[in-house]
Design a protein around this ligand. Structure first.
Ligand SMILES: C[S@@+](CC[C@H](N)C(=O)[O-])C[C@H]1O[C@@H](n2cnc3c(N)ncnc32)[C@H](O)[C@@H]1O
Length: 419
């Protein structure tokens, strides 16, 4: 296998096309040009037309069964492939067509491990379908149709080549880009980035990025990547589910203990010292608990300082992207009553930073790190009962509507356990 500068293994591309000149210019520019000069990447182009057997160098013909347009004949295409293999060695071959699985970063990572890749660019209405049987795989670059495969081939070449050692100036940048693998199959869009000036047309760079708190910056980036992925490309997110044996706790007023137990959760009632509970659970399960608020709508604490979603799966994703989450990780659900009932001691969550719940603002206190924010609609809680519920918050003797909690826990847990 060939090596480039610094003894790094080089990657060889073979591009098969009717228009070699259409790919040549692009490959001379920027980092691709440098990578080719340094010998990290090599690109060889072959024109199908050179392998046509008649004196007019015909490479296309009309489709059997009729229809618009012409097709690339299989003979010249396969002859060109076989010639390149005989001349320069075996390769993994890819036929480009919109009628194929989509090329993505995962495919780029897979292909970047190979030493030689051949890419077949179609023209006209594409290839005679028997060419599929002569290649290793077919790929599309997206759900749209180009006139030819040359641009698509360059997309593959650049996306694959930049993953190879020596091609990028700073290899670290790959680890923090969109679609980077951050553990298992996790895939996220990258968070927003900003440069100078600090204010542009009235838009200010988020304060957290202007400060030097690296932990806060890392957390901001994780949360924004999560928020953006869910908003723009939810299909990319990891398919997490709560495992059946996940240790689950629920911090709630004592009168709900039986309801909570009936869902397989261990009730915790207060007053609760978060630090002490954290220690206990860490000792018991070998990993620190994660704390999730459960807001039931109507007078519940504000989630202004804590990321919230009505979708329990989205909250599970947030836990995974912002910290350790394994099958052994205990999850403590904190019912909003324990914060929103400041006039009672029952079930109150305390911690050193915030010893008393903020009765006025009704904020979720640390250590709650994410909130499943239910709307009354989502749980079919009738409006009349919701109004009653607001009164409950104001009363000094909160009555806890056990049947609502029952309903909410069933829904939340079954959603979290869905594949
Ligand atoms: C006009 S297209 C053929 C489209 C084909 N008749 C169809 O409907 O799927 C000609 C060639 O451009 C290339 N091409 C067009 N769109 C592409 C895409 N989204 N991904 C990969 N290659 C594409 C393929 O090599 C294809 O053979």
């Amino acid at each position: 296998m060939a090596t480039g500068a610094g003894g790094v293994m080089s990657l060889g591309f073979e591009i098969f096309t009717l228009f070699p000149e259409a790919v040549a210019g692009f490959l001379q520019a920027g980092l691709m040009g440098k990578a080719i000069t340094a010998g990290h990447i090599s690109v060889h182009t072959t024109n199908f037309r050179e392998f046509a057997s008649d004196r007019h160098r015909t490479v296309d013909d009309t489709p059997y069964g009729g229809g618009a347009g012409m097709l690339l004949k299989p003979g010249p295409v396969v002859a060109a492939l076989e010639h390149a293999v005989a001349a320069r060695g075996p390769m993994h071959t890819v036929m480009l067509t919109p009628a194929a699985p989509t090329f993505d970063q995962r495919a780029a990572r897979r292909l970047a491990t190979l030493p030689r890749i051949g890419i077949l660019c179609g023209r006209y209405e594409g290839f005679d379908d028997r060419v599929r049987d002569c290649v290793d795989e077919c790929l599309s670059i997206g759900d749209f149709v180009l006139n030819g495969g040359e641009v698509a081939a360059l997309v593959l070449v650049e996306a694959i080549a930049r993953l190879r050692q020596g091609v990028l100036g700073n290899p670290e940048s790959i680890a923090h880009e969109s679609f980077a693998e951050t553990g298992g199959d996790d895939r996220w869009l990258e968070p927003p980035h900003f440069t100078r000036p600090v204010v542009f047309r009235g838009l200010e760079v988020p304060k957290v990025l202007q400060g030097g708190n690296h932990r806060a910056i890392a957390r901001y980036r994780q949360v924004e990547a999560w928020r953006r992925t869910w908003a723009l490309r939810p299909q990319l997110r990891p398919r997490l589910r709560l495992c059946d044996e996940q240790p689950l706790y629920c911090l709630a007023p004592g009168e709900l203990a039986d309801t909570i137990k009936s869902h397989g959760l261990e009730p915790l009632s207060g007053p609760i010292d978060a630090k002490r509970v954290r220690k206990q659970l860490t000792r018991r399960h070998g990993c620190a608990p994660r704390w999730v608020g459960l807001g039931l709508g109507g007078g519940n604490p504000t989630a202004a300082s804590v990321p919230a979603s009505a979708n329990p799966k989205q909250v599970l994703d947030l836990l995974a992207v912002t910290g350790a989450l394994s099958e052994q990780t205990p999850i403590v659900l904190v019912l909003d009553q324990v914060i929103a009932s400041p006039k009672t001691d029952e079930g109150i969550l305390t911690n050193a930073a915030q010893p008393q719940p903020d009765a006025h603002q009704r904020r979720w206190p640390a250590p709650v790190e994410a909130v499943i924010q239910m709307s009354a609609d989502a749980h079919q809680i009738p409006g009349r009962e919701l109004a009653q519920r607001s009164q409950i918050y104001e009363s000094s003797q909160p009555r806890v509507p056990g049947e609502w909690i029952d309903q909410v826990l069933s829904r939340v847990l079954s959603t979290l356990r869905q594949p």
